[in-house]
Ligand binder design. Structure first.
Ligand SMILES: Nc1ncnc2c1ncn2[C@@H]1O[C@H](COP(=O)(O)OP(=O)(O)O)[C@@H](O)[C@H]1O
Ligand SMILES: [Mg+2]
Length: 503
């Protein structure tokens, strides 16, 4: 057996109050692409920082190319051929690409920086790896994908044989991810070893040769991507069986909570973006709305909430016409809202959790008593939301910004549910959050449905729609073009209606 490029054994790292790495083992073969996956907080970044000499382990051994090492700084790691591209780029904006790459490692001739040599080396590196870069561009003018390439080159320039990338795809759009993956494959073809962190499992399965799963600071498995599914990986990450989106027995009754009748919305040039849409949502029923982004789903939601003008039609909540009510009155009447963009609409990111927990509900109990804000009522209500929806936070005085995306989303959903709405209108409730948080959001929505909540769910995640909804409608060009039974619907079938192929 050949010597592994990197072998970490029994790595333990404690921070006050948390064991970030607990007896972790990681064995990375020479020349492979090795993915490290795990939920937020699983200890991935900590492990990589230890390998890169940015932090020191409390216990454990590290071997690089078979030699035991104990780095006390990144420069020692670089001497051993290990380089790291961080989750947050560390380039100097006001310097050029060339200056950034050579910074701190400038080639010198007779004591002076040899710019010519530096440029030559950089161009040669770019060409040999097929990395598209322009040495004289200012870093501040670069797109994210280009910055990342500069970081990678910077590491290669220092002679790294092993590259560590911490969540490199988190900041990229899909096209850029493809390019990154091409670059990584090229690096591998040239004998480099790559360790990368990711939590998008489809991506990991597409590129990794080996996958190590961390959970709560421990290594739980090392697997061959050819032998696992994304679903199995997700279960390894969260350590429990995920609720497979499978349709649950229907609990809806005949009572119509929300009736939408011939509802229309016009855009600025008087074209209908919502075109005579009718649908009912019953008590205890989840109606899923599928559609390619921009086919009227957003307008439907805004019209129900009172956030946009309608040009015709009716909206009935429990039989009462609410079409001309202002937003606040609709909310007070029991319409919960999980907005698509939790940052601009759902949260005040700089305010503490307990203030966020009453957003949109500050005129209602338990947040208000008469005309007054009820501070202690608000605080204890927040504590209940945090507990019930498993919002992982040090406390309710923490600012919303400090929470991970998944925990922010759980807070928003918890807040809406805590008000016991009759109707919940949710847009992409699990977009961009990790699988563990997704599972708890799903569980929360299902529980509320059993208690009689009527829900309109707009989602781009077709598995989620099929798994949660009792009934599905498909929207295309502002209209409802199909109504389907999730029990007999697949993402493919939905896709056909969404694009109009099966109209
Ligand atoms: N410098 C630090 N000080 C205190 N706690 C930390 C520090 N770095 C990480 N942690 C904690 O260690 C745990 C693992 O964090 P991290 O390695 O960043 O996880 P991941 O990268 O998998 O999301 C978390 O609970 C985190 O809050
Ligand atoms: Mg991390």
């Amino acid at each position: 057996m050949t010597t592994p490029a990197v072998e970490l054994s029994g790595i333990t790292k404690r921070f006050p109050g948390v064991v970030a790495n607990d007896d972790v083992n990681l064995r990375v073969a020479e020349g492979e692409i090795h993915a490290v996956v795990g939920e937020n907080g699983a200890g991935k970044s900590t492990l990589m920082k230890i390998l890169y000499g940015m932090q020191s382990a409390d216990e454990g051994r590290m071997l690089v190319g078979g030699t035991e090492v104990d780095f006390s700084s990144p420069s020692e790691a670089i001497e051993h051929g290990i380089g790291m591209v961080h989750q947050h780029f560390m380039l100097a904006d006001n310097l050029t690409v060339l200056e950034n790459v050579v910074l701190g490692a400038e080639p010198r001739r007779r004591g002076l920086i040899d710019r010519k040599a530096a440029r030559r080396d950089l161009e040669a590196l770019g060409a040999s790896y097929g990395l598209d870069i322009h040495p004289d561009d200012l870093v501040e003018t670069l797109e994210v994908g280009e910055r990342q390439r500069v970081e990678i080159i910077k590491v290669l320039y220092r002679g790294a044989r092993v590259l560590i990338l911490d969540e490199p795809t988190a900041v990229l759009v899909p096209q850029e991810v493809e390019e990154l993956f091409r670059n990584l494959r090229e690096l591998k073809a040239r004998g480099h070893t790559i360790i990368f962190i990711d939590h998008k499992l489809e991506e990991v399965l597409a590129i990794a040769d080996t996958i190590t799963v961390l959970r709560q600071g421990r290594t739980v498995a090392t697997v061959d991507p050819a032998e696992v599914t994304a679903h199995e990986l997700a279960e390894l990450m969260v350590g429990s069986e995920l609720p497979t989106p499978s349709t649950e027995p229907r609990v809806a009754d005949d009572h119509v909570t929300l009736a939408v009748r011939d509802l229309s919305v016009l855009d600025g040039s008087d074209r209908p973006t919502l075109d005579r849409v009718s649908l009912d949502v019953h008590r205890g029923e989840i109606v899923g709305v599928a559609g390619v982004e921009g086919n009227g789903q957003g307008e439907l939601i805004e019209a129900i909430l009172g956030l946009c003008q309608t040009s015709g039609g009716q909206l009935l909540l429990d039989g009462e016409d609410i079409g001309h009510w202002p937003v606040r009155r609709r909310r007070e009447a029991g319409i919960g809202y999980v907005p698509e963009d939790r940052h601009s609409r759902g949260l005040l990111v700089d305010a503490p959790l307990w203030e966020n927990a009453m957003l949109g509900h500050q005129t209602m109990a338990p947040f208000a008593r008469g005309p007054f804000l009820d501070r202690s009522g608000a605080r204890s209500a927040t504590a209940r939301i945090v507990e019930h929806f498993d919002v992982r936070t040090p406390g309710i005085d923490t600012s919303a910004r400090a929470l991970s995306g998944g925990n922010q989303q759980k807070l928003v959903i918890g807040r809406e549910m805590a008000a016991s709405p009759r109707l919940l209108v949710a847009a992409h409730p699990t977009r961009g959050i990790d699988v563990g948080a997704q599972a708890s959001v799903w569980a929360g929505l299902r529980a509320a449905r059993r208690d009689g909540l009527a829900m309109l769910l707009v989602s781009a995640d077709l598995e989620e729609l099929i798994g949660l909804a009792d009934r599905l409608v498909v929207m295309l060009r502002g209209r409802v073009v199909a109504e389907l039974d999730p029990a007999t619907t697949t993402p493919r079938i939905l896709g056909g209606y969404m694009t109009g192929a099966d109209e």
